[in-house]
Ligand binder design. Structure first.
Ligand SMILES: [Zn+2]
Ligand SMILES: [Zn+2]
Length: 138
């Protein structure tokens, strides 16, 4: 009697055959292999972290937008896991994506540190806060 579990589970995966296709990064043009540790839906470049708007729902590859998605921020989840926030340059859709195991740490740090490297207010107000302000005992 032939094994049934290894192959035939009819109806579970219609139309998902290209899910893990290799691709060329839309931003830095490196060629990316789709199989990476830590994700089932590799959708961003491990070097520059840019993505592409392919999904309406995670992994469905049904979006007609197809514009580049810029990595704009890092989210820290419960337990310390990081996720990348992407914003589509075409339609402004926001997406949250898990890291892949081979994402480059420096590229991730560059995004995480961006607001600290470019504060929207002068940092010397922190000096002023030491003498009174925030840390003062009433
Ligand atoms: Zn890239
Ligand atoms: Zn889009």
């Amino acid at each position: 009697m032939p094994a049934r579990d290894s192959r035939g589970r009819p109806g579970l995966n219609p139309g998902r055959r290209n899910e893990n296709a290799d691709f060329t990064c839309i931003r830095c043009k490196r060629s990316i292999t789709a199989n990476a540790f830590g994700t089932r839906h590799r959708n961003h470049c491990p070097y520059c972290l840019w993505s592409r708007h392919l999904d309406d729902e995670p992994g469905d590859r049904q979006s007609l937008c197809r514009n580049p998605m810029e990595p704009i921020a890092i989210e820290v989840r419960d337990g310390g896991e990081w996720a990348i926030i992407h914003r589509c340059t075409g339609c402004d859709k926001i997406g949250v994506n898990r890291l892949a195991g081979d994402d480059h740490e420096l590229a991730l740090l560059a995004i995480a540190l961006r607001p600290l490297a470019r504060p929207a207010f002068p940092l010397d107000i922190l000096d002023g806060a030491r003498g009174g302000g925030w840390g003062a005992v009433p």
